[in-house]
Design a protein around this ligand. Sequence first.
Ligand code: 5GP
Length: 191
Amino acid sequence: MGFNIVLSSPSGAGKTTITKKLSQKYPNIKISISHTTRKPRPNEIDGVDYHFVTREEFEKLIQKNNFYEHAKIFDNYYGTSKNSVNKLHQGNYDVVFDIDWQGTKQLSQFEELNLIKIFILPPDKKELKKRLINRNQDNNKIVEKRLKQYETDIQHWFDYDYVVINNDLESCFRQIEKIIENHKKEKMSFI
Ligand code: 5GP
């Protein structure tokens, strides 16, 4: 099995950009595509950004024990399907999970995944608000909801192996690359 890397952060801290950058730079890194009941944003593609499903479909998948983890976030369900992840493992890929702290807790219980858990923080709440407004994906009400959620999210940094502050995208990305490289070196030295 390759590496399993969790990247979590409060919404708007840059995690999705970093996740995509990792998979673009390293062909061996694949993003775990989650299922969600959230409606697609204008630039999102089904099967690429998420598997967009109805609440009924999602609940059926829960009943069939199809998820490694799932959580309700901002009134929508999000979950990591065992099938998608297992396929990536069979291909010997490193897998990046862009999931929240609730999902990370559940995924950590699968010890065989040997998760590398990284938490990304924005420099401060003011900057986060600016980013959430600038990305212009959500209406004001949702932005306010995400800012409130921020307070709860950041309390969970201690569940992670690393905390990286996204002051500057490039330097945050380099730090995350370094963390992964170091784990690879460590693994090689055991072989
Ligand atoms: P968004 O709606 O902005 O794409 O994502 C909202 C939050 O859901 C983000 O914090 C993201 O990391 C989290 N998320 C996305 N997919 C999953 C998943 O499969 N499981 C869990 N627990 N969280 C997820």
